[in-house]
Design a protein around this ligand. Structure first.
Ligand code: AMP
Length: 230
């Protein structure tokens, strides 16, 4: 009985209470990043269609969708820090590269702020312990420069010409060109064809190096997929 309310008892309680409240911070940690690029022709070639950004039609290349903190079990944290809103003025010197490499194709046409803000709020705020807002966008642009998916495909004779290609050949072409096994997801065009949509590569949790993916997203692709024009 003499132990209760002694300085030692109070100290132990303070430590336990502190640890309980700090748990959510640990729960927001993550294991690796997915670096996701998508093919604008496939984003646009669906029933929903698309709108070009106000800067005009993007070039025919894979574009960045996002850099997403993920867990090894396939789940992921999201919207981790509402107190850290997207601030375009913080990345003003990255904007012209972002317009080229990370354009929004959502309707109505925009200056991309909504898309970039969505990516920062949903995903970027979950890796703030590693990358602040500027670093998050800068790092993602650098990853894009290191992983030229279109070049890898075209080297293997796989071109965005509206024809169908075997999914295995697409995967092998990326493995050959980038030296990494990609995750691949598909969507469906207006006529119901499965088409090449997103390419997932994995990056370590310090965002420094590409790594073999600990887990792949479910591939919803047919064994032969369309590679539409853009
Ligand atoms: P996320 O919430 O980050 O998993 O991204 C999913 C959303 O991003 C979906 O609503 C997609 O339609 C959208 N999305 C994917 N690519 C683009 C793009 N290039 N422009 C605008 N929205 C996109």
């Amino acid at each position: 009985m003499g132990f209760f309310f002694t300085p030692r008892f109070v100290l132990i309680n303070v430590i336990v209470i502190f640890q309980c409240f700090s748990l959510p911070t640990f729960a927001q940690d993550f294991d690796f990043f997915y670096f996701v690029q998508n093919w604008p022709g496939s984003y646009c070639d669906t029933e929903r269609s698309c709108c070009y950004p106000r800067t005009g039609k993007p070039s025919a290349d894979f574009k960045i969708h996002g850099l997403w903190p993920n867990y090894n079990d396939g789940t992921y944290p999201s919207n981790c820090d509402p107190s850290s809103p997207f601030d375009r003025t913080q990345i003003s010197d990255l904007v012209s590269s972002m317009e080229k490499n990370w354009p929004s194709l959502a309707c109505p046409s925009s200056d991309n702020t909504k898309f970039w803000s969505h990516e920062w709020n949903k995903h970027g705020t979950c890796s703030e312990s590693v990358l602040d807002q500027y670093e998050y966008f800068e790092t993602t642009l650098n990853l894009k420069a290191q992983a030229n998916i279109l070049q890898a495909l075209q080297t293997a004779g796989i071109n965005p010409d509206g024809s169908h290609y075997s999914l295995d050949k697409i995967k092998s072409a990326i493995e050959e060109g980038i030296k990494l096994t990609p995750g691949i997801s598909c969507n469906v065009d207006g006529s119901g064809n499965s088409q090449l949509y997103e390419i997932y590569l994995c990056v370590d949790s310090s965002a420094s190096n590409f790594i073999d993916c600990p887990v792949f997203p479910n591939s919803n692709c047919a064994s032969s997929v369309e590679f539409p024009k853009f």
